[in-house]
Structures are given as C-alpha cells and as structure tokens.
Design a protein around this ligand. Sequence first.
Ligand code: URA
Length: 436
Amino acid sequence: MAIRMYDLIEKKKRGLPLTKEELFQMIGAYVDGNIPDYQMSAWLMAVYFNSMTDREIFDLTEAMALSGDTVDLSVFGDRSVDKHSTGGVGDKTTLIVAPIVAACGGIVAKMSGRGLGHTGGTVDKLESFEGFHTTLSPEQFIAQVQKCGLAVIGQSGNLAPADKKLYALRDVTATVDSIPLIASSIMSKKLAAGTRSIVLDVKCGSGAFMRERADAEKLAEMMVKIGVSHGRKVAAVITDMNRPLGYAVGNLLEVCEAVEVLKGGGPLDLREVCLTLASVMVSFSCKCDIKTARLQAEDVLQSGKALEYFCEWISLQGGNAAHARDPHSLGCAKYSLDILSETEGYITGCNAELIGTAAMLLGAGREKADDVIDPKAGIILLKKTGDHVKKGDILARLYTERENTLEVSKTTFLKALSFGIAKPEEAPLIYKIIGI
Ligand code: URA
C-alpha cells in the first residue's frame, strides 16, 4: 500500500518509529520526486527533535544506500577497506594512510569527496597534481586496486542519490546536526561504496561537526552499529579537531606535508593519527592483530615503501610521479603574507573552524559547491596551541593567487587564536577507538 507522507510526518512528530516498509517507500518516493521538499523538511525536523530508534536508523541507512548504484567489490573477498573522515581542517590523512595500508599488503578501495566550507576534501588535494583524475570506471577502479593495492575515486553521480538530495535539503533547513541523520548519511555512502570494512575518523572539536566529545562518541557508536548491522566490519577512531592537523592547511601545501610524512618526517600529530588509522585498516584488511599491524605500518613508512606506493598511485591515476616524490616542484602561490604576533605569551587556543575559513577565503576551499579551488592557496602555521610566542614572531604564512584576499583572511586567522600567560595542558590527539 502506498504511504501518505502526511501520516509519516504525524507519526514522527509524536515520536513513534516508522517501519522498514514505510522508510523504504518514503525514500523511494522522495528520490522519484513524488514527495515535495516541504514535506520532507517537516519530517527531517521531526527527526531532529524526536530522534529515531536504532532499528529505524539501520533501515533508513539501507534505504538510502540502495537508492542508486552500488559498487561490487566481491572480487576482493572480505579484504577491501575504506576510510572516512567526518571532516576537519588540515586533514590530509588519506594521502598518507592509503599508501601505508597498500604497502602493508592491504586492499584500499576508497571513495572520497570534495571539500565544502571550512573543511577540505581528498579529491581536491589529489587534483593538486596536474592530470590526476578520480573518475575511473568500475573496471578501471578494480584493475588499479589489483595492480597497486589502492585507488581513490570521487563520488559517482548515482551513488546514494537519496543522501545527495536529503543532504542538500538538510543544509538549508537547519537539520544537518542530528546524529541519526549524519550517521545514516555517511554510512549509506560507505555501504553503497562496497568495502567489507570501514575505518571512520570521527573528528571532535572546534573544527568538526561534533564539538563535544560525548556527541562524537554517540555518532561513532551509531555508525559502527549501522555498519555491523549490515554485515560490515567497522571501527571508529575519535580524534581531536580543536586545532588543525599538522601545520599545512590548503591543498598543495597539505600534499607537500603528507609527502614529508611519507619520507619519514613531518609533524608528529599527523604521523600519529595516520599510523593509528592505518593500523586499524591493516588489521582489518590483512587479518592480523593491531600490534602487528602497527609495526608493519611503521616499517613501511620508515623504509620508504609507502612513498613508493604513493608515487605509483599518483602516476596510475594520471599525475606525474616526479611531482609526487617532490610536490614542492609544483611551485608556490604568487602572493604571501606573514602574520606576526602582536602579543607575548602562550597560544592557549586555536579555533580550527576559523583557520579553515581563513584558508577558504584565500581560495583553498569553497563557500558554494561550484566555487573554483586554487590548489596553491592556504596557510602554513608556524605556531600552534601550547607554543610560546614573542611580539613580532611569525604565527603563520598565508599563500594565495588572489592578492585582495590576504587582509580578510588575516583578520579571520587572528580571531582563531587565543593567548594567555600559562602554558595550556596538552589535549589528547586520540580520544578513543571503538569497534576493535
Ligand atoms: N558528512 C556527510 O556525508 N553527511 C552528513 O550528514 C554530515 C557530514
């Protein structure tokens, strides 16, 4: 029997659970254009206030995952693994983690997105390499994973179309920040993308969707439960996003920093988050315990094997291997500006969202989905939370091709920092791992 959307809104308004059949019919009808946005908005707002049962969330996720194409990775048995970050500033972990896992013998079949607002996206970072393309056919995707253990594609047009439509609606109806809706949105795409295991990097703090640790834990637990209820192996690593990860924010700048880590150096916070994520992925894909996985991950990083996989990956997807080995050779933005400290003291806080916004204003990100990215734009931080600064010390260096963005970006950047006389306590980098 066909559903009446009015009845489903009424049911959710009263806090009653919808059945699996109702959810499947609702999602199908919405994708087909048979439910107007105003009714779906009312239902989303009812979910925002009344939440959903676990069973409803599992069913909603499944309905969204099956609303379009799904990727068949059965050729890899139960060894394929994907990683997903809920979004952060300076988050270049995929560039490092994917080749580490492949170099350890893992199977990384990854679907990545673009950045929006203050957060960056892996596809944009990879496109800093001229010629790099993320539109592979399913056959090319599988062949590349078979050849070098990893491939990254952009989100295909018809993957979880229900989520695409719902997310756009949530964005304009103030219903993004709902744990059932975020969890079902992310996991519907991950289920449709087909890997047998999924490692989630759930960011927590000023630059993340989830500002509070308790909310980040709830979201992480829910996503793990959704994956497990659909027969996938899922772990979630809750990591700090109260400061950017590493020192570079902006596409090519982040690629350069990622390569430093792959060469055995780079910032310690970035290296540690990458090794933690990679260890979980290796343990899932290579079927070993987490300690063995960690040792292998450290080994391929130190020996340069992960860097070799990175260079091969970039060249297989159309980039230049020499640039991959030395991305600084791609050059630097035309304009730069040093931001000097006007204060003496410790940096006690560093609002990651504002730093991401300052980088976006320089051209490193998009305010609207159709804005054009400038790969060379961004920020190199020279000081971070906990560092002591004197008046006149360089706090950060801004880079852009659009000179007129420098001042507004500087003003935004300066709002991100707070100073004090006492050294702040060091915040943890990794709060918790769920699902291993
Ligand atoms: N990322 C998604 O894909 N969906 C959300 O709802 C939030 C973040």
